[in-house]
Design a protein around this ligand. Structure first.
Ligand SMILES: Nc1ncnc2c1ncn2[C@@H]1O[C@H](COP(=O)(O)OP(=O)(O)OP(=O)(O)O)[C@@H](O)[C@H]1O
Ligand SMILES: CCCCCCCCCCCCC/C=C/[C@@H](O)[C@H](CO)NC(=O)CCCCC
Ligand SMILES: [Ca+2]
Length: 593
C-alpha cells in the first residue's frame, strides 16, 4: 500500500464542536462540519479511504505532517506535558504554529496544541498510530539525540535558564534525548567536538551567542577535515562538507548567525526548527595568514570601524550587550581611517549581485541552484560527495582586482549579517549558501557621511548608494598594508617574557592547553600564545586600550572575525560554499499569509 495514496478520515470533537479530520499524504487537516449536532458524539466511524477526493471547506485547518511536534494520548497541557484529564477517547496534537508577524523581518514560531476527542478508544488509538507512522515517513531527517553546549556566561547570562525552561520541555515532548554540557571555559565545546566520540549524535547545539556558535563551527569543520585527511592550513585545498548539523539556541549579545538564518532570535522558534530537522546549508569563509589557518567566519570579517569597536568593547565586557553600542559611539567619535590594499576575486556577476535588491529567503532559488555548481560530483541518490575529485579548488581561478586607498572600514560577509541592531544587515541581498561573500569598502569620508552610512543599516535606505561606498560579490579577498606600514613582528621585551612564561605554564597544564582562542593544534600552541601576546602589545602600542581620548593617530586597525580579534593584519580569505548545515530553513517570506 502506497502511503501517499492513503487517506485516514473520521469525525472528531474539539471542545463541543464536531469536525471532520483527515490525514492525507503530507497534511493532517480538520474542518468543522455540523454545528447543529455538536452535542451528539455518537455513530462516527473510522475509515481509511484510498484516493478520496479532496475535502473542500472554508475554515479548514491544515498542519503539514513535517511540522507536527508530537502526538500524545489524553488531554495534555502545553509544554509541561502535565495531563489534565486522561480519558480513553482523547489525544493531543502538538505542532508548529506561526505567530502573527510583528515586523517585516522574522516570523516567530510557537507550539500549537489541539485536543481531539474521538468516538471510541479504538478510533483514538488508530489516529495516534496513523499520525506517528506518517511522522516517521514524511519527516525522516529529524534528530533523535543531540549534544548540547550551554555557555552560562553568554549574553545576559540566561543560557541555563533558557535551556531548562524553554528548550528541554520541547525536546522531551518530541522524544529527543540530549546530552548537556554546561561549559566551564572558553573553547571547551570546540575541543569536545574535535576530540570526543560523537557516535549516536544527530547534531550539536549551542545555547549562547555568536562566539559559542563559532566554537561549534570550528569543532565540526575541524573534525570533518581530520577524518577526511584534509589540511585546513592549506589555503587552496577543497574542504570536506560537514554532515553533522549545528543548531543555535540564541542567548548571546548579538545572535547574528541565528537572526540571519531564522529571521528572529527567539529560543522557542529555533528549538522547533531543530525538532523538525530543518536543514540550511551555509557558506563559510576561511581566514589564513600565510600558510596557517587563523579562523573560520560565517558572518563578518571586518577591518577598521568594526575591528576598532570590538577591540574597544573588550574593555567594557561588564556592560553586557550594551558594550557594543557604547564602544560604537566612542569609536565613531575617533573618526579614524586606515590605509590598505584590498584584492578580490569577483564571483560570476550573471548569477546575482549585491545590489539586485533581492533577499535570500527560505527555499532561495540562487542558493539551490548553487549546489550543482559547488558540488558537481555530488551523488544525490546516495547523498555522498565523490572522493574521486581533485583535492584542490578551481574556485581560485580568475582575474584578481586591486583597490588601494584609505578606508573607514573593509568588511566581508558570507551572509546578510542581519541582527537586532541592523535588521537588514551589512549586505541585505547576500545569500546564505551561494558560495560567495560580499566585500564592502567604505572609503575615508567626513563624519557625517560615515554616520549616514551606519544609519542606513537601520532603515530602508540603500547603504551602498553613497559615493564613498562600494560593494562587490566575491569568492576570495586578500588584504595587505602599504609598504611603510608592514606588520611589526617584534614586540616589547617585557611582554615577551610575560607571554613566554604564561605559555610555558599552559604547556605544563594540559587542561589549560586547549583553551587558547587561536586556531591550530597543540604543537603550535607556544607560537600561538606568542602571537596572542604580540597582538596584545600591538593593541597597547596602537592605543586601542586607551580609548577615544588617545590623540595619537593610528595607521593599523585590527580584524574583527565574527566577534573575535584576529592576531594578524595581512590576511587572505576564501569562501567555501555550503560547507556546514544548520537546523534552520532561512527567513520565511514576509508576503506569505
Ligand atoms: N564557561 C565559559 N567561561 C568563559 N567563556 C566561555 C565559557 N563558555 C564559552 N565561553 C566563551 O564566551 C564567548 C562569548 O560567548 P557567547 O557567544 O555565548 O556570548 P556573547 O559574547 O554574549 O554573545 P555574542 O557572541 O553574540 O556577542 C565565546 O567566544 C565562548 O568561547
Ligand atoms: C546611527 C545608528 C548607528 C547604528 C549602526 C548599526 C550598524 C550595525 C551593523 C551590524 C553589523 C553586524 C555585524 C555582525 C557581527 C558579528 O559577527 C559579531 C559577533 O557577534 N559581532 C560583533 O562583532 C559586535 C560588533 C557589532 C558592531 C555594531
Ligand atoms: Ca553567501
Amino acid at each position: 500500500m502506497e502511503i501517499d495514496s492513503v487517506r485516514v478520515e473520521s469525525s472528531l470533537w474539539i471542545g463541543n464542536k464536531r469536525y471532520r479530520a483527515f490525514l492525507s499524504g503530507w497534511y493532517f487537516s480538520w474542518t468543522e462540519i455540523d454545528k447543529r449536532n455538536r452535542e451528539k458524539k455518537t455513530s462516527t466511524t473510522f475509515i481509511i479511504v484510498l484516493n478520496a477526493p479532496e475535502f473542500q471547506n472554508c475554515g479548514l485547518v491544515s498542519v503539514p505532517v513535517s511540522e507536527v511536534i508530537g502526538v500524545k494520548e489524553g488531554r495534555v497541557e502545553i509544554q509541561t506535558q502535565k495531563k489534565v484529564e486522561d480519558t480513553d477517547l482523547d489525544f493531543t496534537l502538538f505542532y508548529v504554529k506561526r505567530n502573527r508577524r510583528v515586523n517585516e523581518h522574522g516570523l516567530s514560531w510557537s507550539l500549537g496544541r489541539t485536543q481531539f476527542c474521538c468516538p471510541s478508544r479504538g478510533v483514538r488509538d488508530q489516529w495516534i498510530t496513523q499520525l506517528r507512522t506518517a511522522l516517521k515517513t514524511h519527516s525522516p531527517s529529524r534528530p533523535h539525540r543531540l549534544l548540547v553546549f550551554i555557555n552560562p556566561f553568554g549574553g545576559k547570562k540566561r543560557g541555563k535558564q533558557i535551556f531548562h525552561s524553554l528548550v528541554a520541555p520541547l525536546f522531551e515532548l518530541a522524544g529527543i534525548s540530549s546530552h548537556v554540557v554546561v561549559t566551564e571555559r572558553a573553547n571547551q565545546a570546540r575541543d569536545y567536538i574535535l576530540k570526543k566520540d560523537l557516535t549516536g549524535f544527530d547534531g550539536v547545539i549551542c545555547v549562547g551567542g555568536d562566539g559559542m556558535f563559532s566554537e561549534l563551527l570550528h569543532g565540526v569543520i575541524g573534525r570533518t577535515q581530520q577524518e577526511a585527511g584534509v589540511s585546513e592550513h592549506d589555503p587552496t585545498v577543497k574542504l570536506q562538507p560537514c554532515d553533522l548539523h549545528i543548531g543555535i539556541i540564541p542567548a548571546g549579545s548579538t545572535d547574528c548567525v541565528c537572526f540571519a538564518t531564522v529571521g528572529i532570535n527567539d529560543p522557542v522558534t529555533s528549538t522547533l526548527h531543530i525538532i523538525i530537522g530543518d536543514s540550511q546549508p551555509l557558506d563559510v569563509c576561511s581566514v589564513h595568514y600565510q600558510n596557517t589557518l587563523v579562523r573560520y567566519s560565517v558572518s563578518m570579517v571586518g577591518y577598521g570601524f568594526y575591528g576598532d569597536v570590538l577591540a574597544e568593547s573588550e574593555r567594557h565586557r561588564w556592560m553586557g550587550p550594551l558594550r557594543y553600542d557604547y564602544s560604537g559611539c566612542m569609536v565613531y567619535l575617533c573618526n579614524r581611517s586606515y590605509p590598505g590594499l584590498v584584492q578580490y576575486l569577483p564571483a560570476d556577476s550573471h548569477i546575482s549581485s549585491p545590489r539586485d535588491k533581492t533577499r535570500c529567503l527560505s527555499g532561495c532559488r540562487v542558493c539551490s541552484e548553487s549546489k550543482e555548481r559547488l558540488f558537481p560530483h555530488f551523488d544525490s541518490s546516495s547523498s555522498l560527495y565523490s572522493t574521486n575529485v581533485s583535492q584542490y579548488s578551481s574556485e581560485l581561478e580568475g582575474e584578481w582586482v586591486t583597490i588601494e586607498g584609505r578606508f573607514k572600514c573593509v568588511s566581508l560577509t558570507c551572509m546578510s549579517s542581519s541582527c537586532p541592531r541592523s535588521p537588514k544587515g551589512l549586505s541585505p541581498s547576500a545569500h546564505l549558501a551561494d558560495g560567495t561573500a560580499d566585500l564592502i569598502i567604505v572609503r575615508e569620508t567626513n563624519p557625517l557621511g560615515f554616520l549616514t552610512y551606519l544609519h542606513r543599516h537601520t532603515n530602508k535606505q540603500d547603504q551602498f548608494d553613497l559615493p564613498f561606498v562600494e560593494v562587490h560579490r566575491v569568492k576570495a579577498v586578500r588584504f595587505s598594508l602599504p609598504p611603510g606600514e608592514k606588520e611589526e613582528e617584534e614586540y616589547e621585551e617585557e611582554d615577551d617574557r610575560e607571554i613566554q612564561t604564561s605559555a610555558e605554564r599552559e604547556l605544563e597544564d594540559p587542561e589549560k592547553l586547549s583553551s587558547s582562542n587561536i586556531a591550530g593544534h597543540s604543537q603550535q600552541h607556544l607560537a600561538g600564545w606568542k602571537e596572542k601576546g604580540s597582538e596584545t602589545s600591538r593593541l597597547k602600542r596602537q592605543g586601542f586600550v586607551c580609548g577615544p581620548c588617545c590623540t595619537k593617530p593610528r595607521s593599523v586597525s585590527v580584524w574583527n572575525c565574527d566577534g573575535e580579534i584576529l592576531p594578524h593584519t595581512e590576511i587572505s580569505c576564501r569562501v567555501h560554499g555550503q560547507l556546514v548545515r544548520l537546523f534552520a530553513r532561512g527567513i520565511e517570506d514576509s508576503k506569505m499569509p
